[in-house]
Design a protein around this ligand. Sequence first.
Ligand code: GCO
Ligand code: MN
Ligand code: MN
Length: 391
Amino acid sequence: MADQYTPQKSDKFTFGLWTVGNIGRDPFGDPVRPPLDPVRSVHKLAELGAWGVNFHDNDLVPFDATPQERDRIVRDFKRALDEAGLVMPMATTNLFTHPIFKDGAFTSSDAAVRAFALQKTMRAIDLGAELGATTYVFWGGREGTETEAYRDARDAIKYFREALNFLCAYVKDQGYGLRFALEPKPNEPRGDLYLATVGHALHFITTLDDPEMVGVNPEFAHETMAGLNFVHGVAQAMEANKLFHIDLNDQQPGRYDQDFRFASENPKRAFFLVKLLEDAGYDGPRHYDAKAYRTEDEDGVWAFARGCMRSYLILKEKARRFNQDAEIQGLLAELRQRDESYDGPRAAGGYSRDGAEALKGRAFDVPSLAGRGRRYEELDQLVMDLLLGAR
Ligand code: GCO
Ligand code: MN
Ligand code: MN
């Protein structure tokens, strides 16, 4: 039944082929669902209101496909995209499934493996560009360690940098209009991964030959696994103009890599995320990197995909109501008025010797400043009322 939370293409929802196509294999159990034909996923996602799909090279073209097989698969897939009216805004490389990548790809200690990873990535970039991708994601799946006994982590970072500099140059040389987005993750599948958080990645980008070309693709589950606040990670990326893409899902801290349906575990944090994205006018894809519970059959997969988009749209509506709610806005205005009532020297105007002297000499009513409550209990309960449907 269509209602106001039925997704439209203009909502820019995208799914990875590997997400709806997840067959439910885990370290303890065999697949529970048969593989989904990518062409079927495209048609089904279009029917549900998604805007696009993304893939790893090998989600579409098997690792050992011949050039003829590759061309046939890509032709059929392109036709499906056209028929369904879906776009393919992001592409990426599988640098983690094949045993050759067991000790990493770009950061492998073996120079031949590093070179092979570059070759595979250039071919995958060609494929992505052919299908119209504008963002290319780098998730360092196996870029990490279980032991520090051999590879010096400083060398790993250097290898990573060499690879990205090489690939940025490749993309420019080919004239592809692609930007790169690094996806941090703290652990899984390796014991520890390099570029573990958004913060690590943001700094690393500043050390590249062409930092303008590279941003981040933060994932809800990844910062949450590390016990971090995902909203803060996204905000810092945005503030640095580096939010090139985003992976939405859900996760409980301290658990295995869950990739749950968006907002299913932490709806309040998801609300603040959606509010941040919408208030800031983020106009990139709302990409789901999540999977249906292993208990599900194919119908369950589509219920999962619908749920991801529906929850986003419900939270978007809640954010709109937050911004229009007279009581909430009244409280915010009162707080802001008080916060801005200080009239005197401060950091905002920048440093001057006179300003510094004036500030050093200024008398503050410390007990009164320290004593006044912030009213966040009231404010947060208004948010809870809103989220729980009581206002
Ligand atoms: C994970 C990652 C991946 C990447 C994907 C795109 O935890 O497995 O999130 O799903 O997002 O490889 O690069
Ligand atoms: Mn993930
Ligand atoms: Mn991801």
